[in-house]
Write a protein that binds this ligand. Structure first.
Ligand code: ASP
Length: 299
């Protein structure tokens, strides 16, 4: 989880990510194997992890649909799976519907386990590393960043992970922007208070868009909201939708980020604007994951 990273580790991972982004090689992990175990859908995270391992000279095995194709179907527990697959590779990358799956697997595996997104509150720390790296790359520092975190703050795991990392820096200001139904849960503001980070909440993106350095928006996590009707879904997305006219009100040096995938909350008309950084953010995920795999495998 995000809380496991300290500033020094973040600094060295970001330096390595920059190194890799510059096209330079890292350590060679030829003969080492990455196991991807995905019990939930993924595009960027799984493929970037696999590509990262290949670029580091290693190889990958795994299942992209562990829910159907692994022994989970036959009732095997995470604990047993962890024990068994530890024998087949050198690092496990796990995505799961259970918030605590990565922690459980790490307890029983004899090789490192990386959380690639677990459940609703179980975090998505490698996305947060990517997000933080993208902000630092743009501004030169995380300290002092004024960020609006927007959208489904209740059900989105990337927000929780990102905020937990932001709390490690100085002078950070966070504005949570969401419809009432999707407000951030109390552990997040409580954590910020403990870490002396200024935050506020609003339901109006228009109110803050002109002043912030970063707009970090997210989709409505429809699959996690039981009984969400089409009309309500559309209403929630509209409540904080960003389109080109709204984005034009942002400062020129501000940026828009999104962990992707997007739905209607982020209009394609924004893509051509200089503030749009979400595809670059996704690309950074590859280099961050190379840095993280190198760190874990070299240990
Ligand atoms: N891809 C991210 C995740 O797995 C964000 C999202 O799905 O909205 O949490």
């Amino acid at each position: 989880m995000s809380q496991q990273f300290d500033r020094e580790l973040l600094r060295s991972l970001f330096a390595r990510a920059l190194h890799f982004r510059g096209g330079r090689n890292g350590m060679n992990f030829s003969g080492r194997t990455l196991i991807t175990l995905f019990y939930e859908a993924s595009t960027r995270t799984r493929l970037s992890f696999e590509r990262a391992m290949l670029l580091l000279g290693g190889n990958c095995i795994g299942t992209e649909n562990a829910k159907e194709f692994s022994s989970a179907v036959k009732g095997e527990s995470i604990e047993d799976t962890a024990r068994v697959i530890s024998e087949y590779g050198d690092v496990i990358v796990l995505r799961h519907t259970d918030d605590y799956a990565a922690a459980k697997m790490a307890q029983y595996a004899s090789i490192p386990v990386i959380n690639a997104g677990c459940g609703r509150i179980g975090q998505h720390p490698t996305q947060a590393l990517t997000d933080l790296f993208t902000i630092e790359d743009h501004r030169g520092t995380i300290n002092g960043v004024n960020i609006a975190v927007v959208g489904d703050l209740k059900n989105g795991r990337t927000v929780r992970s990102l905020v937990y990392l932001l709390g490690k820096y100085e002078g950070v200001k966070v504005t949570f922007v969401s419809p009432e139904e999707l407000r951030v849960e109390s552990d997040i503001p409580e954590y910020l208070t403990r870490h002396g980070v200024a935050y506020r909440e609003t339901d109006s993106l228009a109110e803050v868009i002109e002043t912030v350095d970063v707009v970090y928006t997210t989709r409505v996590q429809r699959e996690r909201i039981e009984g969400l009707e089409e009309e309500k879904f559309a209403y929630l997305q509209r409540a904080y939708r960003i389109d080109a006219p709204l984005a034009h009100r942002m400062r020129e040096d501000a940026i828009i980020m999104h962990p992707l995938p997007r739905n209607d909350e982020l209009d394609q008309s924004v893509d051509a604007l200089p503030q749009a950084r979400y595809f670059e953010q996704a690309r950074n995920g590859l280099y961050i994951r190379m840095a993280l795999l190198e760190y874990v495998l070299a240990a």
